[in-house]
Design a protein around this ligand. Structure first.
Ligand SMILES: Nc1ncnc2c1ncn2[C@@H]1O[C@H](COP(=O)(O)OP(=O)(O)OP(=O)(O)O)[C@@H](O)[C@H]1O
Length: 433
């Protein structure tokens, strides 16, 4: 508990940070008493108490500050060696590209951040997005890390315009929850449904291509965001699948800056691959010593917390989801091919590669129990091919399936009828606790 322990004071020198970890069972709080400080680029307000649960992060200060901390920190220490100056320089170079784009009425920078797991890719993307916002830009934040589901839900690839400060406590959390009830721009999302791009490479490429082309259409109509450009956060794959998918992303998002974080070989390989492309710069940045490895258990808990937050909100912004009873016939449930049918069970002559991105109707609705389903923005009459093109309107959770009554209990963030009836199922299950 936060208040059972006495508060303590932490004094930070200029260009240093207070690194901390709080587990999912405890709460800890941080208050800025004097000076200036930020968490992944978002400034802390003086005197405001920020509370954390299940977080690993750092409070960084450019000019020095005093913090008051309270509660159970699993880890806490200060560090004065950080890569923040190089991250700021990266931001300034990106800002230069925006100024040039404005002068030429051209596209702003499209920045792809790559590297292995746990090198600080998401943290760097947040820093670059926040610094851009603080300079009056409205960059597009694209999250392709489907294990994390930073903006909406694990399994989704998403894009959102950064037109407000990122939340200090939750990162994208509050924007996702408020988007769920429609109070800020709803993020653009497509549902992939698996944790890693390697689970179904063909389908991952398809959904990222859809996302990229919708973004391109939207940016064509939005001068401000077009010039601010996009910041694209990725997965942590650096094997051959990772290389294949990275090159696909460079093509479909027309990437012109690749930032490689904490991996020399990847940097050297990508420099070689794009050696002839004058329009693409490959740069490397160092991993922060503060980045912590998250084990399987912590990642699973983070995913669960993200799903819970989608339906129930955060402690600062609680939501009350609606539980409703639907007939089996009210929903058309789909899954993406291959993982359902073994090759031997496929129709004769069907290429397994093709099946990887074909929709299969789920007829045994028992399979949906405890699943997260994405509501597709598609009319009842649309063909399977059109369904594959559909973006996601929101998510529901199936808490019960009754074969006898042919009804299922569905949890939805909004009351009333579902906006559409076609839903896509992925591999994510959740046990509401
Ligand atoms: N300087 C820091 N001090 C303390 N914790 C940090 C720091 N930078 C990042 N972290 C934490 O380390 C963890 C890993 O960082 P991050 O999510 O940015 O890495 P990633 O490369 O995106 O990982 P993945 O690809 O596996 O999702 C996160 O919990 C993040 O909040």
């Amino acid at each position: 508990m936060t208040d059972s322990l006495p508060p303590r004071t932490v004094v930070l020198e200029p260009d240093s940070e207070f690194r901390f970890e709080v587990d999912f069972k405890n709460n800890a709080s941080i208050k800025l008493i004097k000076g200036t400080a930020e968490i992944f680029g978002t400034e802390l307000a003086e005197g405001n108490e920020y509370s954390f649960c299940g977080r690993k992060a750092a409070v960084y200060t450019w000019h020095g500050c005093t913090l008051e901390i309270q509660g159970s920190f699993l880890v806490e220490y200060t560090a004065n060696e950080t890569p923040m100056v190089s991250y700021l320089n990266a931001h300034l170079a990106i800002q230069d590209l925006r100024i040039k784009a404005k002068q030429a009425n051209d596209m702003g920078p499209r920045i792809l951040v790559v590297g292995p797991h746990d090198v600080g890719k998401t943290s760097l993307c947040k820093i670059l997005a926040s610094y851009g916002y603080r300079q009056g830009e409205k960059p597009l934040y694209v999250s392709l890390d489907t294990a994390e589901g930073a903006i909406t839900m694990p399994g989704a690839v998403t894009a959102t315009t950064i037109n407000h400060l990122l939340d200090v406590e939750e990162g994208f959390g509050s924007s996702a929850t408020t988007a769920a009830i429609g109070s800020v721009a709803v993020p653009l999302a497509y549902y992939y449904g698996y944790e890693s791009p390697a689970d179904n490479v063909k389908y991952y490429k398809l959904v990222t291509e859809k996302l990229a082309s919708t973004i391109q259409r939207r940016l064509a109509a939005d001068d401000e965001s077009r010039i601010s450009g996009s910041i694209i956060d990725t997965f942590g794959l650096v094997d051959h699948v990772g290389y294949e998918v990275t090159q696909h992303l460079v093509d479909v998002f027309a990437v012109n800056v690749i930032i490689v974080l904490g991996h020399e070989r990847l940097y050297s390989d990508l420099t070689r691959i794009y050696n002839d492309r004058q329009d693409i710069s490959v740069v490397k940045l160092h991993k922060s010593g503060g980045v912590v490895e998250r084990d399987r258990a912590f990642r699973t808990q983070t995913q669960k917390a993200k799903i819970h937050e989608y339906f129930y909100g955060t402690s600062n912004y609680e939501l009350a989801p609606y539980s409703m009873l639907l007939n089996f016939s009210d929903l058309h449930v789909w899954r993406v091919g291959e993982t359902v049918a073994p090759t031997s069970a496929m129709p004769m002559g069907m290429d397994p590669q093709q099946a990887e991105s074909e929709l299969v109707k789920v007829t045994n609705l028992d399979m949906c129990l405890h699943s997260i389903l994405a509501i597709l923005d598609a009319e009842d009459t649309e063909t399977e091919e059109q369904l594959l093109d559909s973006n996601v309107l929101g998510f529901i959770y199936i808490s019960d399936v009754n074969e006898n009554t042919r009804k299922m209990t569905v949890l939805s963030p909004a009351p009333g009828r579902l906006p559409r009836n076609h839903v896509l199922m992925g591999a994510f299950k959740w046990l509401e606790t």
